[in-house]
Design a protein. Structure first.
Length: 280
């Protein structure tokens, strides 16, 4: 569009909106440009299997390096994308970028599984599975290298549609996990119908684990229950030695958190992995 057409709506908005709304509108416009122009980036946080110490995968976590505001965390802009149609191009960008990175790592001999977060609206998008497939074949990566994380609350927004979507992703060969488990109100009757392999226990239960007996009981019984369903359990937000020790005692399978490593750019992750191999 030309400058004249761009200016007209701005004048209209400025007259009718308060400062807060105008700032949000500006952020929205900037975000749409960042998605379009490659202005977003992914950080990667490793996950470690407790039984043998192996790094079994990474989670891709979105960051927005903003020229004025610095590195913006996803909590500051993903909700805005989720409440608009921006979540679709945003997720499509994340999927392509993560798979492109997986391909690059594979060329360097690094074989990792990468987890991607999906929002509630993505589960209602009939084009989701197709753009995942397109990205996989474009970069020559098998679907088995992918995992998708979906929160309990996203699943519960439209449980039947979510189930249909997860079945299609599962049929591709990608793994599925329930994120932030315990923070929502999903019923076990529903969860057991889902083609998921992994339960990620919400950070809020993990952070107090070594000092809170109720949390220890919740985490312990969640692990037992998940294992009885044949699910792998990941604990999120593991920050201290004591958290890790408690999780080992409770039979947790995999940990993720600052104790192991913070999310980092792709190159830093490769260096981190290489340093581990030489010091192990
Ligand atoms: P999540 O999927 O539950 O991701 C875990 C969050 O916990 C990440 O925050 C991570 O940096 C943080 N974290 C990991 N270990 C620790 C720890 O030991 N202590 C503490 N205090 N925090 C830890 P982050 O990167 O800010 O992401 C927040 C949320 O934003 C994510 O929660 C996820 O729901 C959403 N998100 C991130 N990237 C994407 C994306 O590409 N698409 C969508 N739809 N959502 C995303
Ligand atoms: Mg996640
Ligand atoms: Mg989580
Ligand atoms: Mg979360």
């Amino acid at each position: 569009y030309d400058a004249k057409h761009r200016r007209v709506p701005h004048c209209v908005y400025d007259a009718g909106l308060d400062r807060h709304s105008r700032e949000r509108l500006a952020l929205y416009t900037e975000l749409s440009h960042a998605i379009r122009d490659g202005g977003l980036t992914l950080y990667y946080q490793p996950k470690q299997r407790l039984s043998d110490g192996r790094i079994v995968g990474v989670e891709a976590l979105l960051r927005w390096p903003h020229p004025q505001r610095g590195l913006i965390p996803p909590g500051a802009f993903i909700p805005m994308a989720e409440n608009s149609e921006l979540i679709r191009p945003l997720t499509a960008w994340v999927v392509d970028a993560a798979i492109r990175q997986l391909a690059a790592w594979r060329r360097d001999g690094i074989d990792l599984r990468c987890a991607i977060n999906l929002s509630a609206r993505n589960l209602l998008d009939p084009g989701l599975v197709e753009y995942i497939e397109v990205a996989l074949s474009r970069h020559g990566v098998p679907a088995t290298s992918l995992e998708f994380e979906v929160t309990e609350s996203a699943l519960m927004e439209d449980p039947n549609a979510a189930l249909a979507c997860l079945l299609r992703i599962h049929a591709l060969g990608a793994q599925l996990s329930i994120d932030d488990y315990g923070s929502g109100y999903s019923s076990l009757g529903y969860l057991k119908r889902l083609p998921v392999q992994t339960l990620k226990i919400d950070r809020s239960f993990v952070s107090q684990l070594s000092v809170s007996q109720p949390d220890e009981i919740i985490v312990g019984s969640t692990i037992t229950l998940a294992h009885n369903f044949g699910l792998t359990v990941v604990a999120e937000g593991v920050e201290h030695d004591a958290d890790r020790d408690a999780l080992i005692a409770l039979g947790c399978d995999v940990i993720q958190g600052y104790w192991l490593a913070k999310p980092m750019p792709a190159a830093a992750l490769a260096a981190w992995l290489a340093a581990r191999v030489t010091t192990d």
